[in-house]
Ligand binder design. Structure first.
Ligand SMILES: [Zn+2]
Length: 282
């Protein structure tokens, strides 16, 4: 709440007071593994879990006085159409590529198992409760397959690691354009600009599909089973055990803050400039 709710609300209120037209929007990310895990645990359907948390967050935010103009959810038909349109446009422009990826699966349910649902012994310091994405004892980032005796945090079973083909957003393709755009922003603080430029040096294709039956269907023939992740559908990014086949030792690409949508876009039409605030803004 302190990370995303309060700053975006203060920012929106400030621009309303300035007389700018403000549209403060957010919503719950209801697709992906966190909802599926919760549904399995509580013996409920995915829809029931999504409905419950959407209502719960909506009520919390209303009582806290957050001034959303629109608080939506990723399970609406509108969201599906926008996501598919974005996906199709990127695909037709060659910005989506196919790569092999090592993915963790639950041996029990057959569903993908995100990094943070895997625990094991850290291969670097020997800490017995290291997570699949990082070790809280030594601070190193990890891949779940590197853990000694990995186990599912959901039911203790040993995860299976399988290489499957997925679709990736070809982010390096945009690096040069972004670099020159950032170069024109002398008003940015030096540490913000340097942080952003360093990200560009390390930018890699990002997986945007999952082996799930709960998500937005990919609008490309030949991929009936695979659904988009939240990262393309515009809400909270999801985590994946990402390992493009061509690279040596890649790292998980994102950290996942939680099941609720945490990103707010505040658009000020007077300046015609979209602004984004989120908990991960440097
Ligand atoms: Zn460690």
């Amino acid at each position: 709440m302190a990370g995303f709710g309060v700053p975006s609300d203060a920012f929106a209120r400030y621009h309303r007071l300035r007389g700018n037209d403000v549209l403060m929007v957010s919503g719950t990310d209801e697709h992906g593994t966190p909802v599926m895990v919760a549904a399995d645990r509580e013996s409920k359907s995915y829809v029931e879990i999504a409905d419950y948390y959407n209502a719960s967050f909506r009520e919390d935010f209303r009582r806290l006085g957050l001034s959303y103009d629109c608080f939506s959810r990723t399970t609406t038909l509108n969201h599906e159409r926008v996501t598919q349109d974005l996906f199709k446009t990127l695909y037709e422009h060659g910005a989506i590529i196919e790569q092999a990826q090592l993915v963790s699966f639950s041996a029990t349910t057959g569903h993908t198992l995100p990094d943070r649902y895997i625990e094991g012994t850290c291969p670097i310091c020997g800490y017995p409760e290291a997570r699949g994405d990082q070790c809280d004892n030594c601070g190193n980032q990890l891949d779940p397959i590197d853990l000694i005796e990995p186990r599912s945090l959901i039911d203790g079973s040993t995860p299976e690691f399988r290489e499957t083909n997925h679709l990736f957003l070809d982010l390096p393709r945009f690096a040069d354009a972004l670099r020159s755009w950032m170069g024109g922003h002398d008003e940015w603080r030096a540490n913000v600009r340097n942080f952003s430029l360093r990200l560009l040096d390390e930018i890699r294709p990002r997986p945007i599909t999952r082996d799930l039956d709960w998500g937005v269907r990919i609008p490309i023939p030949g991929t009936p089973r695979i659904r988009t992740s939240a990262s393309t559908s515009g809400s909270t990014p999801s985590s994946a055990t990402s390992r493009p086949a061509s690279s040596g030792r890649p790292r998980p690409t994102t950290r996942t803050p939680g099941a609720n949508g945490g990103r707010t876009i505040v658009r000020s039409t007077r300046t015609s400039r979209a602004r984004t605030t989120s908990s991960s803004t440097p």
